[in-house]
Design a protein around this ligand. Structure first.
Ligand code: 26Q
Length: 825
């Protein structure tokens, strides 16, 4: 090991203070008196990164050195929604106080303003990308060697602004001021072929083989970001690929004098990692999305092979050293690409390559919604990946042959299982490719896994039940409690010691006896009140709306989607509005209802729901009587950074999706950990959260998933509910009347129409139950001591929703990997 001087590694305030000044000077070329706030942020970031390097290098060595025999995890994901790194690094390295002290010695006593300076990497849409980030934190914390492989998007998820109540998308220029957390590995690059055709040939041994004569080649360059575990020796990495032009192509064009064509090629190549696609983006741009997926998967698998060879291991032991997890179908082309690399590039026999591929890959499903399943039109697929199409045909032929032998005469079964959907324009079914190519398939909550087995993948469950597992999602308590709710963390530590952050499942429950302790309740309430004041300040700053910190903070933050039913919440608000205008509002519990979330730019109904929320909010907030007891806020640009202030301030967490539609949800866990009570349906992980916290501490309403299906099958008629429920009709009619849209009766017509005529997500069916449940919430909130007891119990009992528990289950059931004990390094 290199003897690093104390200024690069020292964890005390002295060493850190010296390092800050030195980095400011050496890396940024500034003296303290000329440094801007961003300069201080940058030099602090470099100073913190320096302190991760020793562990990062040692951990990487455990994946590259010859004599270590540990299996490592490759988490393949098109999205990693890490959020800002600085605060999290301080928590995990245990240097928060030392940094505060060091900063004050150099005349900077506002750490929080420097934390605020960081542009968050928004390299994900929502739950799935954030889950990948939580899992990276837990892998490192559990000392499991792992690489998160993905794409270094130049533009992440768009920034959201609200203008005149509508969502406006702004480009996310997160790299504008540089990224101090990443290290470019210019020497780690791979060529990725695209397009062209295939051709058979005979190799030197006289064997019949295929080669791929591609139309073009792009180059992937590795950018590494260290991922420190919580107070452990392991520091893993995120390895994100940036697309660049393969130089050879520049030269070819240049040589024939076509300089501008060479530059065009370069731009086209770099487009591949340019921008993150929002989910639910329809048709347009599909080809680029597939190119993105293939690009990062190919680079990652080539890198894994390179690392295996570096370790001196033979290729036929690939699966003994790598567990590759496919985060949804986005990286599922890995199944065909690993086959191509092994068979075409490394001359392995098909059967052996197939065994290795299946033993290496695991597939996590995150959705049952038919419209969200990835299917590629065959012509498009063939154009971009002609060799993979052949490989997939061969996988399919062998797979269906096997099924045919086991289930003779069942042609329907063959058609349903096939990797190719033959109906109405042929399509590649990526969920089928992932399922066939993996040894393990998992859902992300108990209910979701059951539904997966009964519906979407029922035929796969029939032919290979041993492949199916449930791993209920979890979230990291380091970011979602320690970092975002420091006062609550300090209180917990004062009462039950400091082991809970590393062992939430077993330690947090020690809070339970304190739920009825009057003094503890007071402290708990004081912290919640403080957090609510902070959020109120942020809301005033961002929206100008002044809210009452003593009111019940009722919060729904998540991506906008009809199945998540933000508009059910709105129907309740309009109902309340009507009621409060009629009768004296004095008896009502004061509430502040807060929404946040982005809509996919092409999802018109989701964008209309945002407009509706803002329109209803405006009417309520300006009504002199109603606004005494009810305020409604749409907090713009909900992202990881903002969310740090949101979860800790919530009294009530809205988890009101149509039962059977939300695979798991993870916000539900973040809220509960911070002492919010949940109003929710029996959907996703809500079911397990309710069981964990106790049914009496959870506000349940609505149809079950089975009831939703039954009702749908029996010809559901939302209009009859509209006709028979006067309060509901009044609410809907007020929206139709133009009351919230300056008399424009047309504005919300499509929304109202869809509710009354189709109501695909059963809002009307659940409306009355929801309204009544909200009344129970108000009643419960009026007894502050009882509410506080429930709040404490919610926190104390959700230890199992730590991502550490989830990762332990993946390690045991799916990956067969073990932690590296620190001594082994
Ligand atoms: C697909 C094709 C083209 C462009 C984009 C996409 C795309 C991108 C992202 C499709 C889906 C996503 C993200 C899905 C997602 O976040 N799912 C959520 O995953 C969470 C973690 O498991 C669950 O808790 C949520 O229930 C689930 O909705």
């Amino acid at each position: 090991p290199i003897a690093l001087t104390n200024v690069r590694t020292g964890l005390g305030a002295d060493a850190i203070a010296t390092a800050l000044i030195e980095n400011l000077y050496c890396l940024l070329g500034k003296l303290p008196q000329h440094a801007t706030r961003n300069d201080w942020y940058m030099c602090l970031a470099y100073t913190v990164r320096d302190r991760m390097m020793e562990r990062y290098v040692a951990t990487l060595a455990s994946i590259t050195e010859t004599n270590t025999a540990a299996k490592a995890v490759a988490y393949l994901s098109a999205e990693f929604l890490t959020g800002p790194h600085l605060g999290n690094s301080l928590v995990n390295l245990g240097i928060w106080q030392a940094v505060e002290e060091a900063l004050s010695r150099v005349g900077q006593d506002d750490l929080s303003s420097l934390l605020d300076q960081e542009e968050e990497p928004g390299l994900g849409n929502g739950g799935l990308g954030r889950l990948a980030a939580c899992y990276m934190d837990s892998l490192a914390t559990l000392n499991v060697p792992a690489i998160g492989y993905g794409i270094r998007y130049e533009f992440g998820i768009f920034d959201q602004a609200i203008r005149d109540g509508w969502q406006v998308e702004l480009t996310d220029k997160w790299l504008r001021f540089g990224n101090p957390w990443e290290i470019v590995r210019s020497e780690i690059t791979f060529d990725v072929k695209l397009g062209g055709r295939t051709e058979p040939y005979y190799d030197e041994a006289g064997r019949y083989r295929m080669r791929w004569l591609s139309e073009k080649v792009v180059k992937g360059v590795a950018y590494d970001t260290p991922v420190p575990g919580y107070r452990v020796p392991t520091t893993n990495l995120l390895r994100l690929w940036k697309a660049e032009a393969a130089e050879s192509f520049d030269f070819e064009a240049f040589n024939v004098g076509d300089y501008y064509r060479a530059v065009d090629e370069k731009i086209a190549s770099e487009t591949i990692s340019k921008v993150l696609y929002p989910n639910d983006e329809p048709e347009a741009g599909k080809q680029l999305r597939l190119a993105q997926q293939y690009f990062f998967v190919s680079c990652s698998l080539q890198d894994m092979i390179r690392l295996l060879i570096m370790r001196g291991k033979p290729l036929d032991e690939f699966h003994s050293y790598w567990a590759a997890q496919l985060n949804d179908t986005h990286p599922s082309i890995a199944v065909a690409e690993l086959m191509r690399l092994l068979v075409d590039e490394h001359a392995m026999e098909w059967d052996q390559a197939w065994a290795i591929t299946q033993q290496t890959c695991g597939y996590t499903n995150h959705t049952l919604l038919a419209e969200a399943l990835e299917r590629w039109p065959l012509p498009l697929f063939a154009r971009l990946l002609p060799r993979h199409l052949e490989i997939i045909y061969e996988i399919n032929r062998r797979f269906l042959n096997d099924i045919r032998l086991r289930y003779p005469g069942d042609d329907q079964l063959l058609q349903r299982l096939s990797l190719i959907d033959e109906a109405g324009g042929k399509h590649m079914r990526m969920a089928h490719l992932a399922s066939v190519g993996s040894h393990a398939i998992n859902g992300v909550a108990a209910l979701h896994t059951e539904l997966l087995k009964q519906t979407l993948l029922s035929d796969f469950h029939r032919v290979a039940p041993e492949k199916f597992f449930n791993v209920t999602n979890g979230v990291t308590p380091r970011r979602w409690i320690a970092l975002s709710n420091p006062n609550l963390s300090a209180l917990i530590t004062r009462k039950i010691g400091d082991r809970w952050l590393a062992d939430l499942e077993h330690e947090l429950e020690h809070l339970e006896p304190l739920a009825i302790d009057g003094d503890f309740q007071k402290e708990w309430q004081a912290i919640k009140a403080d957090n609510k004041r902070v959020l109120a300040g942020l809301i005033k700053e961002r929206t100008g709306i002044i809210i009452e910190p003593h009111s019940l903070f009722d919060i729904q933050v998540k991506r906008l989607h009809e199945y998540k039913r933000q508009h059910l919440n709105v129907l309740y608000l309009v109902t309340l509005f009507n009621k409060l205008r009629r009768v004296s509002s004095a008896a009502e519990i004061p509430r502040t209802v807060i929404f946040g979330g982005k809509a996919a730019p092409g999802y018109r109904m989701a964008k209309l729901i945002i407009k509706l929320i803002n329109s209803v909010a405006a009417a309520i907030n300006q009504d002199p009587v109603v606004s005494q007891v009810l305020k409604v806020v749409f907090l713009p640009d909900f992202n990881v950074k903002t969310s740090h202030h949101v979860y800790p301030a919530a009294d009530l967490s809205e988890q009101i999706s149509t039962a059977g539609k939300e695979a798991s949800g993870t916000g539900n866990m973040k809220f509960a950990m911070n002492g919010a009570l949940t109003i929710g349906t029996l959907d996703g992980a809500n079911v397990e959260i309710r069981d964990a916290v106790g049914h009496e501490n959870f506000f349940l309403f609505g149809l079950t998933a089975a009831e939703v299906e039954r009702l749908k099958a029996e010809a559901y008629t939302p209009r009859s509910i509209y006709d028979s429920n006067a309060e509901l009709r009044e609410a809907i009619d007020l929206i139709s009347s133009g009351f919230f849209s300056n008399g424009d009766r047309g504005l919300f017509q499509s929304l109202v129409e869809s509710l009354i005529t189709r109501d695909d997500y059963m809002l009307l069916a659940d409306y009355q139950a929801y309204v009544e449940c909200q009344q129970r919430v108000s009643q419960a909130y009026s007894d502050q001591n009882a509410w506080t007891r429930m709040s404490i119990l919610n926190c104390a009992r959700v230890g199992r929703f730590s991502s550490d528990r989830s990762i332990r289950e993946y390690c045991r059931d799916i990956w067969n990997v073990r932690p590296i004990v620190p001594d082994e390094r």
